[in-house]
Design a protein around this ligand. Structure first.
Ligand code: UD1
Length: 437
């Protein structure tokens, strides 16, 4: 069992390059199933979730070539692909359910394991189901599998989502690209990752209007063709380092993601006393060009009030960093969580570092303290884990974060990047008391 061991306090200073978004690339890989032939995706982050998606595609019969260092995945999709996503994989990575739409559209049938419980809430699939049924599929539950069948193929329809669900919007847009006729999706999600997926689908030949708006129209066609596509930068990873700079009194230049993808984030950082500069187009370490920005943190941040919302609102995935920042701020901060009901396990852990957080329903009231003190803590999900590391920057003494496999599902080179930004952090082996070999 490895843990991240860090000694604080330390300030983050320097430059970090961000690669493609986890929440986009996994779906781009699923979308490749819609076209026979070789689709190549670039700017792919070297993270565990990409490896899980590679395994899923291989089990579906694709030949996948993944060069983690170069950040390139090439997927050869055969004419007949398998239709089953096993429990083992879906349990390891919920985003596996994004093969549901493509498989139902192309193979007329999909058997995808139900993800079950999740550390950040119940996360239903009712909108995925209702949408596929509206597109003409029959859907039922069979031995823990979500089974969708559309023997005659899917047909276009009008779908009104109850809530702008990211996963449901993606699955339904992908399914609709090969349906007969026109599909409209209202109250669609507008996240940059959805825009990225729709952009790739259009490159593949799909006809989609209203990309990036709440009203998406998809006109189905008979077949799509494979493409080469570059993944959009990861705004959540970018936001992680930005909050790290703000809460540690640091100075970090983030390259590979522009502030245009981060509305309602820069203003919160500014409200905390940080200065945020848009650097426009910059050259990254690998010679490619992307957008960038610089965050300089104050000596001690001011408390901020944040409510998480679907894009363009403040992202729920940055919620732990808001709590971490407020924990060391001057004043009392507020975080209202509006997307996931059970995202509070992080609060119990950050309390071990001395944070003063009171949770009431979906609100967390955070009274800032002058300094946190290092302790052993456990990551319950990707962002909670990264949030504990960022809090550890501001804690005096040693902080040890366990459950780091969660963090590595979504952050590439996390320790290397943080060390190059000046953090005193290393990955060390630790004996697990529960393993008695
Ligand atoms: C995606 C992101 C996740 C992010 C979230 C919200 C991926 C792999 N994950 O998750 O990091 O936090 O968007 O920005 O892209 N819901 C239902 N029924 C449904 C679908 C959703 O009730 O059929 C509910 C969920 O329980 C949740 C809310 O809607 O409370 C948001 O879920 P959704 O937008 O679908 O998030 P994900 O796609 O799971």
């Amino acid at each position: 069992m490895d843990v991240f061991r860090m000694t604080g306090p330390s300030r983050l200073t320097g430059t970090v390059d961000i690669r493609g978004a986890k929440n986009s690339v996994l779906k781009l890989m699923a979308a490749s199933l819609l076209a026979v032939g070789r689709t190549t995706i670039t700017n792919v982050p070297a993270i565990l979730d990409v490896r899980i998606m590679v395994e899923l595609l291989v089990r579906l019969g694709c030949v996948v070539d993944y060069d983690a260092e170069a950040g390139v995945v090439s997927i050869d999709v055969p004419a007949a692909v398998g239709i089953q996503a096993d429990y083992e994989l879906v349990r390891a990575m919920r985003a596996s359910i994004s093969v549901l739409g493509p498989l139902t559209a192309r193979m007329k049938s999909a058997h995808v394991a139900l993800p079950g419980g999740d550390a950040i809430g119940s996360r239903g699939l009712d909108m995925h189901q209702a949408g596929l049924e509206a597109l003409g599929a029959t859907v039922h539950l069979d031995h823990g599998y979500f089974v969708a069948d559309a023997p005659e193929g899917l047909r276009g329809t009008d779908i009104a989502l109850e809530f702008p669900s990211v996963g449901a919007t993606e699955n339904l847009v992908m399914a609709a690209t090969l349906a007969r006729g026109t599909t409209t999706i209202s109250n669609a999600a507008k996240e940059p990752e959805i825009v990225d997926i729709c952009t790739m689908l259009v490159e593949m030949g799909a006809r989609i209007d209203g990309i990036g708006t709440a009203d998406i129209t998809v006109t189905g066609i008979d077949e799509l063709h494979p493409v080469r596509h570059r993944t959009v930068g990861d705004r959540i990873v970018a936001g992680t380092y930005a909050f790290g700079a703000a809460l540690s009194g640091g100075d970090v230049t983030v390259r590979g993601v522009g502030l245009d993808l981060m509305p309602n984030i820069a203003n919160k950082l500014t409200a905390s006393g940080a200065s945020v500069d848009d650097l426009g187009e910059v050259e990254l370490g690998d010679g490619t060009v992307g957008r960038g920005f610089r965050v300089i943190g104050p000596e001690r941040p001011r408390s901020i009030r944040v409510a998480t919302m679907p894009f363009p609102g403040f992202p729920t995935d940055l919620q732990p960093f808001v709590i971490a920042l407020n924990s060391v701020s001057d004043g009392v901060g507020l975080l209202s969580e509006n997307l996931f009901e059970a995202r509070w396990r992080f609060v119990q852990e950050i309390a071990r570092l001395g944070a003063k957080v009171r949770v009431d329903g979906n609100h967390a009231l955070i009274s800032g303290v002058e300094a946190l003190s290092g302790a052993e803590v456990e990551a319950s999900d990707i962002r909670a884990g990264a949030g504990l590391v960022m809090a550890g920057l501001r804690a005096s003494g040693v902080t040890e974060v366990s459950g780091i496999d969660h963090i590595e599902r979504g952050y590439e080179n996390f320790v290397t990047n943080l060390r190059s930004l000046g953090a005193n952090i290393e990955r060390v082996a630790k004996r697990d008391i529960l393993s008695f070999e």
